[in-house]
Design a protein around this ligand. Structure first.
Ligand SMILES: [Zn+2]
Length: 472
């Protein structure tokens, strides 16, 4: 015992001069250096490029890029609210992948979160987007000053030059400060409906002084394994009043994904699933959004077809809004059919841990089963036939499956044609994805009466032809 103690004492003596030199940065020192003390809100703006996470052309290509002509972020640290307003234009030609491409001209986007609510705004119209809440709260608390404030109120720890804090169930954050005690790097882990945990890395550099507040004029983000943002900041206004009240319609719809409206091939909700009834089983097309949505859809399937198990779930493509409920399907042990382009990505995603917010798959310990396909696969029970076809050559995705029911002359498709409002005039610029869908229908000699898009309303094929300027 004595030997151990004296050895420890010797080690302590040896280490103490070193410890004095490499002193830990304290949160107070960092807050002071950054100008975060007493700061209640901030607004900063600039321009650059951003990328649409989860909307890449195929799983092994980067997120699609957009030009951000103007970007303004307003943050209120006191009531945990954030508002991003962007004006973006198309970044890539050809417009490969999703995320609302092609952007025609300039598009204004407004993304807001306040407390436990998240919504998008367009003019006077607000749309609840609870699926984006964690991302936006993470963006709020990983702003250069947000990190320091969050660490101070969440029992953050400081070790050397690294600050760490956790928002349980939401994210884990680690920030590194430079020799001037300015935040230069933030690494975070957040829950993601497809990937389990998603890593985010933010670099803050080229700090300047704005009325006593230090702020980086270059902000770069990596989200997952691909770039998410590269912003040059030109204007910073500390303590500008930021008042982001939650609109009433947003307060009244806190959990829209849990509500499933069922109709016989009719519309409802932002992302549809289609249930196909076979003799002794059912086939589900798409399990979108997240765990919560998947649980609600599965419950509704049981309600509609209590004695028929789901034999397959067809996943049209890997885009995160469409694939977010697949982990729950994997947890149920239901085989998933997807185009080969998505197969290894989904397998890896299902095997990845979800530690921040353990989901059904993480709790099940299962890995999921994915059956790949290429151009065509046919499922039949002898009476009803379901044909799965690749939408070949479509810029939206490199391996996207549409579902054709020959007897019913019905075509189910995701994202390659999101129909405009009924009776809207044909768009000035024809969307090449729509033309491609029409070409695929011809190429495969499909007799289609109606299209059932997974966004929007069921409609006659003639409407697609009208949208692309064909009269036949
Ligand atoms: Zn898509």
């Amino acid at each position: 015992m004595r030997t151990v103690l004296s050895r420890l004492a010797a080690v302590l003596v040896l280490l103490s001069p070193l410890a004095a030199i490499a002193q830990d940065a304290s949160l107070d020192q960092v807050a002071k250096a950054m100008g975060a003390v007493g700061m209640k809100s901030i607004q900063y703006s600039g321009s650059g490029v951003n990328f649409q996470v989860g909307q890449n052309f195929s799983p092994d290509t980067p997120w699609p890029r957009f030009v951000v002509k103007s970007y303004t972020r307003a943050v209120n640290y006191e009531n945990s609210s954030i508002r991003d307003e962007l004006v973006r234009t198309q970044g890539e030609n050809p417009p490969r992948g999703g995320g609302g491409q092609p952007v025609v001209g300039e598009q204004r986007q407004i993304f807001v979160a306040s407390g436990d609510f998240a919504w998008n705004a367009a003019g006077d119209v607000v749309t609840p987007t609870p699926i984006a809440l964690v991302d936006r709260q993470l963006q709020l608390w990983t702003t250069p000053h947000g990190v320091v404030k969050a660490a101070m109120t969440n029992n953050g720890t400081v070790q050397g030059r690294t600050i760490a804090f956790t928002a349980p169930g939401r994210f884990k954050v680690q920030a590194t400060v430079d020799a001037q005690n300015l935040v230069e790097k933030v690494e975070a882990l957040a829950p993601n409906a497809v990937l389990g945990d998603i890593p985010i890395e933010i670099r803050y550099s080229e700090y300047k002084d704005f009325a006593g507040v230090k702020f980086p004029t270059r902000i770069r983000q990596m989200i997952g394994t691909y770039p998410g943002l590269d912003l040059t900041v030109t204007d910073v206004q500390p303590n500008l009043a930021v008042d982001l009240a939650v609109p009433d319609p947003i307060k009244q719809t806190p959990a829209p994904y849990g509500k499933v409206a069922t109709q016989m091939a009719a519309d409802g909700g932002t992302h549809h699933s289609v249930l196909i009834e076979m003799k002794d089983h059912v086939i589900l097309v798409e399990s979108p959004l997240n765990d919560e949505r998947a649980a609600a859809v599965l419950a509704e399937v049981k309600n509609l077809a209590p004695n028929k198990p789901i034999r397959y779930v067809i996943a049209t493509h890997h885009h995160f809004d469409h694939a977010g409920g697949l982990r729950a399907i994997a947890a149920e042990g239901i085989p998933i059919i997807a185009h080969d382009v998505n197969k290894s990505f989904l397998e890896k995603a299902f095997a990845a841990p979800a530690t921040i917010r353990p989901d059904r798959l993480a709790k099940s310990g299962k890995k999921g089963t994915i059956e790949g396909m290429r151009d065509k696969r046919v499922l039949t029970d002898g009476a009803r036939t379901v044909e799965l076809h690749n939408v070949a050559g479509n810029n939206h995705h490199g391996g996207i499956v549409m579902v054709y029911l020959p007897k019913e002359k019905l075509l189910v498709e995701a994202d390659v044609y999101n129909p405009p409002a009924p009776n809207a005039p044909p768009p000035a610029t024809v969307n090449s994805n729509w033309v491609n869908l029409s070409d695929n229908i011809k190429r495969l000699s499909l007799t289609v009466d109606q299209i059932l898009p997974l966004h929007g309303r069921i409609m006659p094929l003639a409407e697609l032809h009208k949208s692309i300027g064909h009269s036949h």
